[in-house]
Design a protein around this ligand. Structure first.
Ligand code: UDX
Ligand code: ADP
Length: 467
């Protein structure tokens, strides 16, 4: 029976996942630990609107369990030593330099966690990989755990089982994905440990949705799932460009092919390119795995999914510049949406970042509106931590104020609030000729027809545009 859980890493994965687990299994004490003191303070904030992560339904869950069987703290060693089961949910960014730079995951945080577990664990501990990791990382974790164990085994009698239990939740839907998962995947070799983890999930997940596999299949399944989803998006984005030149409409194509039950309707929305912390990273990981094992054709195949994604962002930026007479210098461009998708304040790999950077290179003046992303985050993403210069970048929380005197609006995140704007009012306060670029296909064309706006909608060969 598992009585105490420790989760290392209070981020986008660890925070919501552990909160939900604590909520569903009151008999287990869950300690979420992090080396980032500010993050822990934010998770402990009295004002639940100040939690470090915005997720619909999350604050309600936290309100019910925090201080009861869910604690956020930075006593990492203590939480490790008391735990029967430890989840590793630390960040695994792409390496910026060295071997595999630009492709391989930086495993320093995973390794540091494993070393800390090796040192501080007591008795038998089940260690669960929760972060998305390169295939064979469990092997590394095992080596670290068992080497320390061997050295001190006589004194402390510690032992470990390593499991892989990838998280498939998507941001903005974290709580419903956790509550109603399509499947829960548990990879491992120790059936007893696998069953212990399964017992926890059985508190709210049906037995037939919990599947077992070996460790490597589990790690690879997570990378493959993300690569497949991203591939669908790149496929649709490539078709969106064909629609624009042939007079097709990407939303109509999406509907028509999505009704084929073999294809299915999900993840077929064309847009400004996929963002988020996982898709690009996981595909590049897959590419690295293939190249390191002389599977160059396979590597090239998956690499193209990322290349199309980069091309889509560039294509959109060029469309904007071309339609504004090839010149955006000194022009006011409003950006609607900075998060990588709606219903999250996460900006990691957001397509907005690259598109805005390209427009800044053209000396445009950028006014950014996003309902959830903090001003600080916008500046960090666009200018880096150190550069305080905010020249040409403005943030405006009111879309109407942002639009005064603007030459163009680019809609980049599909927030609901952007679907119900008064476009007549907006066009009347913009600088004419004014443009609206809808890269998420959420604006009803009919509403724009009554305004003086020039309208470009992604993947629509009928709207007014210059190619
Ligand atoms: C993804 C996976 O869905 C999830 O299973 C995994 O655990 C983590 O990575 P997430 O990054 O939160 O989740 O977001 P997701 O909803 O998958 O969207 C990723 C990106 O694809 C976003 O930028 C989104 O705007 C874009 N997208 C998604 C599209 O452009 N079109 C679509 O049809 C769906
Ligand atoms: P993810 O999206 O994978 O959850 P995040 O970056 O949101 O990634 O969160 C990962 C968290 O892990 C961060 O808050 C970071 O401070 C924390 N972390 C990284 N290394 C360690 C470590 N060795 N011990 C404890 N926490 C760690």
């Amino acid at each position: 029976m598992i009585r105490k859980i420790c989760c290392i890493g209070a981020g986008y994965v660890g925070g919501p996942t552990m909160s939900f687990m604590a909520y569903k299994v009151p008999s287990i004490e869950v300690n979420v630990v992090d080396i980032n003191q500010k993050r822990i303070e934010a998770w402990n904030s009295d004002d639940l609107d100040k939690l470090p992560i915005f997720e619909p339904g999350l604050k309600e869950v936290i309100k019910k369990v925090r201080g009861k069987n869910l604690n956020f703290n930075n006593e990492v060693d203590k939480a490790i030593s008391e735990a029967d089961m430890i989840f590793i949910s630390v960040n695994t960014p792409i390496k910026k330099s060295g071997l595999g730079a630009g492709y391989a995951s930086d495993l320093r945080y995973v390794e540091a966690s494993a070393r800390r577990i090796a040192k501080n664990a007591t008795g038998h501990t089940i260690v669960v990989e929760k972060s998305t990791l390169p295939v064979k990382t469990a092997e590394t974790i095992k080596k670290i755990l068992f080497s320390d164990d061997q050295q001190s085994s006589h004194k402390t009698k510690k032992s470990f089982s390593v499991l892989s239990n990838p998280e498939f939740l998507s941001e903005g839907n974290a709580i419903s994905d956790l509550a109603f998962p399509d499947r829960v995947l548990i990879g491992g070799e120790d059936l007893d440990a696998m069953n212990k983890l399964k017992e926890i999930y059985l508190n709210w997940v049906d037995n037939d949705k919990i599947i077992f596999s070996n460790l490597w299949s589990s790690e690879l399944s997570k990378l493959t799932a993300n690569a497949f989803l991203a591939q669908r998006i790149s496929s649709m984005n490539s078709i969106s460009a064909i629609c624009e030149i042939t007079g097709g409409n990407i939303s109509e194509v999406e509907k028509a092919i999505g009704l084929d039950s073999r294809i299915g309707e999900k993840f077929l929305k064309a847009g400004p390119g996929f963002g988020g912390s996982c898709f690009k990273k996981d595909i590049l990981n897959l590419v690295y795995l293939c190249r390191s094992n002389n599977l160059d054709q396979v590597a090239d195949y998956w690499q193209k999914v990322v290349e199309i994604n980069e091309w889509q962002k560039e294509r959109i930026y060029k469309k904007v510049v071309c339609n504004l007479f090839g010149n955006v210098a000194g022009k006011k461009i409003v950006i609607l949406g900075f998060a990588f998708k709606a219903n999250t304040n996460d900006t990691r790999e957001s397509p907005s970042i690259q598109i805005i950077k390209d427009l800044l290179q053209e000396n445009a003046e950028i006014i950014i509106n996003d309902p959830k992303v903090s001003d600080k985050q916008v500046f960090v993403d666009l200018l880096g931590d150190e550069n305080p210069s905010q020249e040409k970048i403005y943030i405006e929380k009111d879309v109407y104020k942002a639009s005064i005197g603007a030459d163009a609006i680019i809609l980049l995140t599909e927030w609901d609030e952007y679907k119900f704007l008064d476009w007549n009012k907006i066009s009347s306060i913009m600088n004419q000729p004014a443009w609206l670029f809808d890269t998420r296909c959420i604006i009803n064309k009919k509403e724009i027809n009554n305004t003086s706006l020039n309208f470009w909608q992604l993947g629509d060969g009928f709207t007014n545009q210059i190619n």
